[in-house]
Write a protein that binds this ligand. Structure first.
Ligand code: NDP
Length: 240
């Protein structure tokens, strides 16, 4: 059995592609999701990958779920903090709920899930953590003060944790995807999307597999010298 990998938000979009690529490489993959039962069931039937429903934005839910997952499949050695949401709106109209939901789901989750796993990784002297940030955390985006702040926070979280873990055999890296054709981006109005694609030098949206390939590289056993880095995968849209 390969190393156990937990992918949050693994049942669709980028997370699904990450799960499939890790599975193909021989990892024992488990996927988390938030509430879309239909997608989770279809995903599990298609892939044979077990799914666990819990809110990554709640520490107590993460604690309970991580304990169950590890009892079911063994110690988690690879963690991909991928789950994320958008609740767009300009600052002068943004509600507290829009702000807080995005910050706790996108950034809080990195603390909650990682906190549940970090001591086990330290004790075993091995771990691979990849946090999915965003081009909009690097460059900012109109109407996304909440999302850009949370994603930007992920990049700081990654660098600080990488320093703390380096001597313990644990690497911590981030990927900053550009615009990828998933449900999240399909929710963007078509006229806005056309303008976005026009600004991507390679001339297309990203595919979920473009991001998954980066994850596969960063979690490999022999990638131990890569830590604290942010890999931008964005078709050249933002060179950071
Ligand atoms: P999708 O909306 O396609 O999928 C999101 C996944 O996260 C789903 O599995 C969803 O579960 C899960 N999820 C959402 N909220 C929670 C929660 N509270 N607890 C547990 N799981 C949750 O997203 P993408 O695949 O597009 O995005 C994946 C990541 O990549 C996100 O962090 C996103 O911010 C980031 N990203 C995406 C970009 C893009 O262009 N698509 C660009 C840059 C970054 P369920 O199905 O149950 O709702």
């Amino acid at each position: 059995m390969g190393r156990v990998a937990l992918v949050t938000g693994g049942t669709r979009g980028i997370g699904e592609a990450i799960c499939l690529m890790l599975q193909k490489e021989g990892y024992t993959v488990v996927a988390n999701y938030g509430g879309n039962e239909e997608k989770a069931r279809a995903f599990s039937e298609r892939t044979g990958i077990p799914t666990y429903k819990f809110d990554v934005g709640s520490l107590s839910a993460c604690e309970e779920a991580v304990e169950k997952i590890q009892a079911d499949v063994g110690p988690i050695e690879v963690l991909v903090n991928n789950a994320g949401i958008t609740r767009d709106g300009t600052m002068h109209k943004m509600s507290y709920e829009q702000w807080y939901d995005v910050v706790r789901t996108n950034l809080g989750s990195c603390f909650y899930v990682t906190r549940c796993l970090i001591n086990g990784m330290r004790e075993r002297g091995f771990g691979r953590i990849v946090n999915i940030g965003s081009i909009n955390g690097q460059a900012g985006q109109y109407g996304q003060v909440n999302y850009a702040a949370a994603k930007s926070g992920i990049h700081g979280f990654t660098k600080a944790l990488a320093q703390e873990c380096a001597a313990k055999g644990i690497t911590v890296n981030a990927i900053a995807p550009g615009y990828v054709a998933t449900d999240m981006v399909r929710a963007v109005p078509e006229n806005v999307l056309e303008k976005i694609v026009a600004k991507i030098p390679v001339g297309r949206l990203g595919e979920a597999d473009d991001i998954a390939r980066g994850v596969l590289f960063l979690v490999a056993d022999d990638a131990g010298f890569v830590t604290g880095s942010t890999l931008s995968i964005n078709g050249g849209q933002h060179m950071y």
